[in-house]
Design a protein around this ligand. Structure first.
Ligand SMILES: NC(=O)c1ccc[n+]([C@@H]2O[C@H](COP(=O)([O-])OP(=O)(O)OC[C@H]3O[C@@H](n4cnc5c(N)ncnc54)[C@H](OP(=O)(O)O)[C@@H]3O)[C@@H](O)[C@H]2O)c1
Length: 254
């Protein structure tokens, strides 16, 4: 059976990726820190999924997941684990930002390096990297998070171009604000902001990502509203889209 690996599979989009990839008949490797929630996901999808418990913010956590995969044939890798921070850059917890880069960027790069050569040798496979609509413009008050997702978008597009014609494809999924634990984990109430006031349902986001991977698309932005705003962000000069995004993300007390 073909193997699909999902990071951050214990909740939110990752748990739904587990549902939808199990329905497609994949055998799953589910990675996350929270073993109880990973078990609950495996139980719900009624599959003997392999669970890899570890912190992808640490070298040890990434090494363990790569060692678990060994030289097995991975058909699909969903680099989904990630989190955000919120607040003026000078005031957010520097250690948490460092951890953010480790999970959102370093782990994704290392896992991609671990599976891509095997996919290319076999001439088939797909890597779906979960970026964000914040990747299309600077994100004041989520500066490091936005930069991490811009990295994911850029890397994915570059790898999409490198792998064309090989049977392997790389896609960046760019969700807008979505109803998952992500928003609560920002650590501050963001419901007053124009960005996080309205949250999309997560199931169609995941379906859009997998459809785009099937079609070999480089990038997919889920939802017409997000497609509209990200087009503006891409066309506008950086200083303008940064200022607009800053207004839409401004903390209540700033
Ligand atoms: N929801 C949104 O508005 C939104 C919008 C755009 C992009 N995204 C992106 O979507 C992806 C999934 O997030 P979500 O919305 O589904 O949020 P979520 O419900 O909070 O899920 C995040 C997942 O990442 C895992 N994770 C976080 N830190 C980790 C670490 N140090 N090591 C290993 N796993 C870790 C968590 O697993 P454990 O807790 O078990 O470790 C959890 O399963 C993220 O990359 C996020 O940036 C979300």
């Amino acid at each position: 059976m073909s193997i699909a690996v999902i990071t951050g599979a214990s909740s939110g989009l990752g748990a739904i990726f587990a549902d939808q990839l199990a329905q497609r008949g994949h055998s799953l490797v589910l990675a996350g820190r929270d073993e109880t929630r990973l078990k609950a996901v495996a139980h719900r999808i009624n599959q003997n999924a392999e669970l890899v418990v570890g912190d992808l913010g640490t070298d040890e956590g990434i090494d363990d997941l790569i060692a678990h995969l060994g030289d097995r044939d991975v058909d699909v890798l969903v680099n989904n684990a990630g989190f955000g921070t919120y607040g003026p850059f000078a005031e957010v917890d520097a250690r948490r930002e460092h951890e953010l880069v480790a999970v959102n960027v370093d782990a994704l790069v290392r896992l991609t390096h671990a599976v891509l050569p095997g996919m290319l040798a076999r001439g088939r496979g797909g890597i779906l990297n979960v970026a964000s609509t914040i990747a299309f413009q600077p994100g004041p008050y989520q500066a490091t998070y936005g930069a991490s997702k811009a990295f994911v978008l850029s890397l994915s597009q570059a790898l999409w171009a490198e792998t064309r014609g090989t049977g392997v494809t790389v896609t960046a999924l760019c969700p807008g604000p979505t109803r998952t634990g992500f928003v609560d984990a920002l650590g501050e109430d963001v419901s007053h902001t124009a960005i996080y006031r309205r949250l999309a349902a997560p199931e169609p986001v995941v379906a859009a990502g997998l459809r785009a991977l099937d079609r070999g698309k480089a990038v997919v932005v889920s939802g017409w509203r997000n497609r509209f705003t990200s087009t503006f962000a891409r066309l506008a000069p950086g200083w303008l889209s940064a200022r607009v995004a800053g207004r839409m993300l401004r903390p209540a007390n700033a």
